[in-house]
Design a protein around this ligand. Structure first.
Ligand SMILES: Cc1ncc(COP(=O)(O)O)c(C=O)c1O
Ligand SMILES: N[C@@H](CCCC[NH3+])C(=O)O
Length: 414
């Protein structure tokens, strides 16, 4: 199911034509579908209905308050990796008791904020972090709920930049150190051991690595239980892939089957931290063709969005489908879709056959995840606006940045 559809040759988000969004809110603009976001969340919730579960949306994938609020209303928890993300979740009406806090570099101030908010669990990623958390909690007279993020050394078979579960990655504690560290944690006065966690990577297109990782985690759970450490939850992270082009990620039923078959008869709650699979295909980036430039070797469509708005193509050579908002019957040419930023790496799509004219609107699909949240102001470019569509309604959920905003915190020395 896609929330984006073509009617009489014109691309729509739900019941709103994208040219109307461009007219009302300008370009570049990220456009999200409420129905698409809700359906993605409900697919998880329903697939795991047979086992106690908590779906903690990974805020980093798209941290828009409007999207966090939508997921909070559907009952989601949140996976955060900074004090900033915690503040966003709270501002969006998220329940702190459903928040898990991941990340290798939590500061004392971030720990204090999360303890004050009363989060569900700290996913501890090192022995030093464990000691720091115990000290911070002690100073505040609190007991911190903890799980260890273990590194199961499983190959996620994804892009090397987004694999996180191998021995050489910076994430988590070594699998073999887990029994010792759990024993240490159990002896610390201001910590309460509640779970175990792992996250092996992002954009996984096969289900077997999830099964392999869970098998390793369950083996540890059993060894810990024999050691007297009883865990209340198992957090398997996020990572389920989506289709950008021709990938065939596991269907939700297959993914759930792989996990639930292994959890049958176990009492631990299952926690998941999906990011991309909840938002990627519910969002697109709407942009306008500023110039067509028929170069010596290549034809360029220079659009008003750039690598600062969507850096996935530059960073990972990622592929996003490009659709004209209004189809033209002219003959297509092979275009490089590039932005105005002064980098040869500033491309959004390569070698796309399109019939274009200057002023045309284009949609870059599957841009809901790691699009806006990874955007920057490089070249002093204000970040894009964001619009949330529900049925026939399009609402501005983030005003386009203004140039003055970009240097309002800067100081010219006297
Ligand atoms: C700890 C953790 N949890 C969850 C996620 C979300 O991953 P994805 O967007 O691939 O579902 C990430 C990002 O890879 C992560 O680092
Ligand atoms: N930023 C990456 C995913 C990284 C996942 C975060 N651990 C992407 O755009 O695909």
């Amino acid at each position: 199911m896609t929330p984006f559809n073509r009617r009489a040759g014109l691309l729509h988000c739900e019941d709103v034509a994208l040219d109307a969004i461009a007219r009302d809110f300008g370009t570049p603009t990220y456009v999200y579908s409420s129905a698409g976001l809700s359906a993605a969340y409900q697919a998880y919730d329903q697939a795991f209905a047979g086992h106690e579960h908590l779906i903690c949306y990974a805020v980093k994938a798209n941290s828009s308050l409007a999207i966090l609020n939508l997921f909070a209303k559907l009952g989601a928890g949140f996976d955060i990796v900074s004090g900033g993300e915690l503040a966003r979740v709270l501002a969006a009406g998220g329940d702190p008791a459903k928040v898990v806090f991941s990340g290798v570099g939590k500061t004392a101030a971030e720990m204090e904020a999360a303890l004050a908010a009363g989060i569900h669990c700290f996913n501890v990623e090192s022995e030093s972090e464990l000691a720091r958390l115990n000290a911070v909690a002690g100073r505040l007279g609190k007991v911190a709920p903890v799980s260890f993020r273990v590194n199961p050394n499983v190959d996620a078979k994804t892009h090397p930049y987004i694999a996180t579960g191998l021995k050489e990655n910076k994430f988590g504690i070594a699998y073999d150190d887990a029994p010792r560290l759990y024993r240490e944690a159990a002896g610390l006065a201001n910590l309460r051991v509640v779970g175990i966690d792992c996250h092996i990577g992002s954009q996984l297109t096969e289900s077997s690595p999830f099964g392999e990782a869970l098998d390793k985690v369950l083996d540890l759970v059993d060894r810990l239980a024999a050691d007297g450490v009883v865990l209340a939850h198992i957090d398997l992270g996020g990572g389920l892939g989506v289709r950008y082009k021709d990938e065939t990620p596991p269907a939700m039923s297959e993914y759930a089957g792989v996990l639930l078959s292994r959890l049958a008869g176990r009492t631990q709650k299952l926690v998941l931290e999906p990011g991309r699979s909840l938002v990627a295909n519910a969002g697109l980036l709407l942009t306008k063709v500023e110039y067509l430039k028929h170069g010596e070797a290549k034809d360029f469509a220079i659009v008003d969005a750039a690598m600062n708005d969507l850096m996935r193509p530059s960073l990972y050579d990622a592929w996003h489908d490009v659709q004209p908002v209004r189809e033209r019957s002219a003959i297509a040419r092979r275009y490089e879709i590039v932005g105005p930023v002064c980098e040869s790496g500033d491309f959004l799509a390569r070698e796309r056959d399109l019939a274009l004219a200057e002023g045309d609107l284009l949609a870059l699909l599957s841009a809901g995840a790691y699009g806006m949240s990874m955007s920057s102001n490089y070249n002093t470019r204000p970040r894009a606006a964001e619009v949330l569509v529900a049925g026939g309604n399009a609402v501005l959920t983030r005003r386009r940045e203004r140039v003055e905003d970009l240097f309002s915190d800067e100081i010219v020395p006297a």
